[in-house]
Design a protein around this ligand. Sequence first.
Ligand code: F6P
Length: 549
Amino acid sequence: MLKNTAPTTTAAWQKLQAHYNLVQPQTLRDLFANDPERYQKLSLQFEDFLFDLSKNRITPETLDLLVNLAEEMELPAAIESMFRGEKINVTEDRAVLHTALRNFTDAELLLDGADILKDVRDVQQQMKTFCDNIHNGTLKGYTGKTFKHIVNIGIGGSHLGPQMVCEALKSYQQPNMEVHFISNVDGTDAAEVLKKLDPETTLFIIASKTFTTKETISNAHTARNWFLEQAKDQAHVSKHFVALSTNTAEVEKFGIAPENIFRFWDWVGGRFSLWSAIGLSIACAVGYNRFEELLRGAEAMDKHFRQAPLRQNVPVLMAMLSIWYTNFFNCQTHAILPYDQYMRLLPEFLQQLLMESNGKSTDRNGKPVTYQTQPVIWGAAGTNSQHSFFQLIHQGTILIPCDFIAAAVSNNPIGEHQALLMSNYFAQTEALMKGKNQDEVRTELEQKNMTAEDLENLLPHKLFEGNKPTTSIMLRQLTPYNLGALLAVYEHKTFVQGIIWNIYSFDQWGVELGKQLATSIEKELLSDKQAEHDASTTNLIQYYKQHSN
Ligand code: F6P
């Protein structure tokens, strides 16, 4: 079982606090100037990846001390507990085994006496056969036409992962196959997607772990009604609707035939589920073999995470860096900046992964934590983001650690675009690190034809403090395999942070209250019923009722 201690009570934490007082006043410029080996000491390689941590506000000793903290919090034992399938998701009494979905070894993995890897392989075979039959035209719609459109209907973990991966792997997409996503309960989402489609050539994938999520079920009904408007006969539904779920009873109630259900299990968390049947839309988009490459990339990172010493362990160091900034520098946000248009949905995916997992304020003893947990995750693709919010990262008042992610080889090598993109990728982390001091700004302004007074007035506005921490993650090329490995880094980072913060990362009770209230308010909105609310909510509902008819 997991150790259950506040990290702040460890000896390592106290040492880190003292160490922070030494590191905090130092500038990255000085740290680089004083140690010619800094890059070598603070960068790591894994297969096709380079992780450069050297532009962070750390020294090699910081990493040593952070690793001591991880050891004191018994991280290695926790990692083993997860991989072995112990029920570390205590508040839901579940194991956490998304790693089993990409475990291609011959070993058995027993959970409650049964080998779950066998079940995993069975569903993978079912997915493969299904995808192959879609692509080779064996599976057809009710009028005998082959499928051209796949629509994934899901939300949260049943949407963000598949959508992000389909977008990231667009250059690997099967010909004549388009994938669409409906997630929001706002009817506009379904309306805008459906108006582009032809029911005869469209396959709907209803993705919901619980199959009780209101948004997904109502979008699924809307899609079925839309389909039946043209297809007329209920019997045709079975040819056009499949479900991905752990809840076969609810799926059958919806009217989807048992043979059209792709199962997964309660030991797969929603936000960790793209590797399971929830990835069916990905497999349909890029072909099953490429989906398997994605899994194999994640498996390679799983092995690294499980076997590499903590001090050389990529997800561990990334997680511990985040602890360093959150708990010692008091940073409240962390930016994810993919310099790759295909990876533009990565920040949204990571928002759910990290914030739904670690946005907790109760520790594993059931007591309020006395330290910060998950910072806000946000971000957008470069270079667009440079022209919107980078101003604040460079010259604002808050310190924002950033992950800069890019692939060396473009999947669309057009003219000089890649060199242009990458020049910005390198320039931004250099600028954030170095900044521009008084002397540099003055020398620059002196070359312009301006009065001394104008120069002095302008100078403070053109200063860049620098010393802004960034982690550069570079991969050789965005392939399914490399994407799998990258996503596994962030999954394991999420896990490690939860272990250090002594919180439960795999439940999400915080989303329940709003769901409960919405269910009762929905009844009020659809009837004359009026329930008791606070004055604000009552008046808002009244205003809505008056104006919506
Ligand atoms: O609302 C939160 C949540 O439970 C997520 O954790 C989950 O990924 C999402 O809803 C969708 O759930 P389901 O797959 O059961 O429809």
